[in-house]
Design a protein. Structure first.
Ligand SMILES: Cc1ncc(COP(=O)(O)O)c(C=O)c1O
Length: 381
């Protein structure tokens, strides 16, 4: 599968026809346990927390899409994040790009700091400012790019160089870009993390997460944690995810087409003061985005001149559902300040630019003209 193109791998990797029945589509294996001829004599599976054939197919497919050697699937993006954070030990120092999902901030600050992981949040997007935060105890740098919800771009290759020189692990949460648009491992990142709940599944009906790496010792620890802590996805959810992955490339192209139309419309609308989309020349860092991404994705954020009109804007939307999450075929609108990033302290939210006037749009696969009409109505009525 390694020599095949992305779209082919997304459809076939890990999914040979079933050996006993010839089933073309990978079966859902709900069995919690697997019969052994004698203790220890089995066909690779013993107990479904430890390993399950449907999950194994998903893990292989996910790893292949990122160009990684190993993949581990989890019951949520936060469970995947927890598995990676568990590579750290009390006394270790973690550097986090401050523009992360609010739940990631909550996990690091509310749980891992209590377990003795000291954390520095870097508000800058410059690699040199991450370098300044490194101490003799730093073991991991954690970033998102494009960031959630401001869609800023961080330089993966430069951060990888800092990490390599100091023997630090660079972790990239690639949920927004997906492996279709960005491959952090190829730029020197050690670990890639996903909320597969989002674009990878793509249909807003599975909560899931994954960890991808080519570093075998790291993977052994992640697998050990996966089995020991047990936050594994159900076989049915793995199967749904495999189904979603088959259309990832086609969906990302269509998301992007819609997002470009939405961003262009918003840019010209008099009620809108700011549009954030990596593909816009007005956006910070378009050169860097071009260097490390092959497209800009389906997320657009914006601010209105008059934030007092926001409530009316949200209530007027008909096609865009006002909801948390992103990356599904249906368009969603959210207010990061009070929704996805409410768990981040107000001072930090405001310092990095998550204002009470910010709106985040996940542009779905409806007809882009209908989406623009929906936004026009919501802004103008
Ligand atoms: C960038 C990013 N990472 C991780 C997560 C957490 O994923 P999950 O909700 O699947 O636990 C989210 C959720 O919104 C996210 O947006």
């Amino acid at each position: 599968m390694k020599n095949h193109q992305f779209r082919t791998r997304a459809i076939h990797a890990g999914q040979e026809a079933d050996a006993t029945t010839g089933s073309t589509i990978i079966p859902i294996h709900p069995s919690t346990t697997f019969t052994q001829s004698a203790p220890g004599e089995h066909k690779g599976y013993e107990y479904s927390r430890t390993g399950n054939p449907t999950r194994a197919a998903l893990e292989e497919c996910l790893a292949t899409l990122d160009g990684g050697l190993f993949g581990a699937a989890f019951a949520s993006g936060m469970a995947a994040t927890t598995a990676v954070a568990n590579l750290l030990s009390p006394g270790d120092h973690l550097i986090v790009g401050a523009e992360v999902y609010g739940g990631t901030y909550r996990l690091f600050s509310g749980i891992f700091e209590r377990w003795g992981i000291t954390t520095t949040y870097v508000q800058s997007r410059e690699a040199k400012d991450f370098a300044k935060a490194v101490t003799s105890k730093t073991r991991m740098i954690w970033i998102e790019t494009p960031t959630n919800p401001l869609l800023n771009i961080l330089d993966i290759a430069s951060l990888a160089e800092i990490s390599r020189n100091s023997e630090i692990m660079l972790v990239v949460d690639n949920t927004f870009a997906t492996p279709y648009l960005q491959k952090p491992l190829s730029m020197g990142a050690d670990i890639v993390v996903y909320s597969t709940t989002k674009y990878l599944n793509g249909h807003s009906d599975v909560i899931g997460g994954s960890v991808i790496t080519s570093n075998e010792p790291v993977f052994e620890q992640v697998k050990y944690y996966q089995n020991a802590a047990g936050a594994v996805p159900s076989p049915f959810d793995c199967w749904l995810l495999l189904r979603g992955l088959k259309t990832l490339a086609a969906r990302m192209e269509a998301h992007q087409l819609g997002a470009e139309k939405v961003a262009t419309f918003l840019l010209e609308h008099p009620a809108v003061s700011k549009v954030l989309y990596p593909g816009l020349e007005s956006h910070k860092g378009p050169q860097l985005a071009k260097k490390q991404m092959s497209g800009w994705g389906g997320m657009v954020s914006m601010e209105m001149h008059d934030p007092s009109l926001l409530d009316r804007f949200f209530r007027n939307l008909e096609l865009f559902a006002v909801a948390e999450s992103l990356g599904g075929v249906e368009s969603l609108a959210c207010h990061p300040y009070s929704m996805t990033h409410a768990s981040m302290p107000k001072d930090l939210r405001e310092a990095i630019g998550i204002t009470s006037g910010l709106v985040r749009l996940s542009v779905g696969l409806e007809d882009p003209d209908d989406l623009v009409a929906d936004l026009r109505y919501a802004l103008e009525s």
